[in-house]
Design a protein around this ligand. Sequence first.
Ligand code: CO
Length: 461
Amino acid sequence: MNKQVKFMDTILRDAHQSLIATRMSTEQMVPILETLDQAGYHALEVWGGATFDSALRYLDEDPWERLRIIRKHVKNTKLQMLLRGQNLLGYKHYPDDVVESFIQKAIENGIDIVRVFDALNDTRNLETSMKAIKKNGGHAQACICYTISDVHTDEYYIGLVKEMVALGADSIAIKDMAGILTPANAYSLVKAIKSVTALPIQVHTHTTSGIAEMTYLKAVEAGADIIDTAISPFSGGTSQPATESVAIALEELGYDCGLDQEKLKEIADYFRPIKEEFRRDGILNPKVMDVEPNTLLYQVPGGMLSNLLSQLKDAKQEDKYEKVLREVPVVRAELGYPPLVTPLSQMVGTQAVMNVLSGERYKMIPKEIKDYVKGLYGQPPAPISEEMTEKIIGNEEVLTVRPADLLEPKMADFAAELGDLGESTEDVLMYALFPSLALPFLKKRKDPFYDVPIQEVTITY
Ligand code: CO
């Protein structure tokens, strides 16, 4: 029998998050959900990441309702979400009771598989979520944030996987959010992980730098069980490789992908005009489709490159771009090589910009960087030198406990603050995660004439 390679399509989450800032509405998804369910996917990624934030911020949608609607139409295929561990879908640590409640409700409303990661790969930040996922009958996919540095060797990742297995992981994901996983490194990493665990391995990358299809091929040759792809109209660029094409190529090489190409064609035909709409509206920026080899040279995510450039443009200092690009890896090394994923990518980027623009390194230091050095985000992958620690937080204490151990339970407070605007635990969680978005949304639900104030746009990369 041929070796099986399973597929997860990201069209309903990462694909549109990467190409059109997560603007696809539930209404645009519904007519094709049943076809997606029949196409033979192992799973569909439908929730988490920025979907929750975007539904409230731009689409005037209840993100919980989207999940329930998708579940109603997708009866057979597993539904997957992306969770930032103790940060849930936000940008800071939440107390354990909020994490437990959120996961319980996510699974209750339809999620089967939760892919959970921590930006620093500090597994203490995965503990509570992993436990809650398993307690509620979900599949706990522990996820490595892939990055490159002196400390991020195959041995380092093997150690991490062993910790994840000990936490009860049902499968392991390699999340290459920046598109910097090369074919050779993918082969060696998957082989290394396979040598210490029999758990299924899922690989996630982005086509940003133009090598993702090769990376998948080598990962599959090394034994990867599942790969993340996107249906063709929303594939390529900063998104994932095209589902149909990768499946055809792998089938020809003797792998069994289990996908129905006729259904995939129907799905692609459905999404093509939707992509055109986003292109006409200017939401699909043609730049995201460019091949960006700089990602491989600087090991900086594509989204971060463009955001650094726009920060500099705003400050009328575009000529400092190269200087900032060279500063990013220096700051990152000084800070113990954090992976450049939300929220660390923003923090390292901002520090690099400040270091260059202020003319004196660490003259200005954002609060988030101070908190990070204090240990409030978790343990950095490599130790930060005493000299740097002192420069950033003086002689303040560095914490070594699990950061969430410092947080008191908050669900009851959130419920009390929300009062009768909150009709369910889901509402309370919406408020806990995004108070400034949830309040006007819930007020408007109660009173359709309520005038929703314009929300400030935050940068996410
Ligand atoms: Co991704």
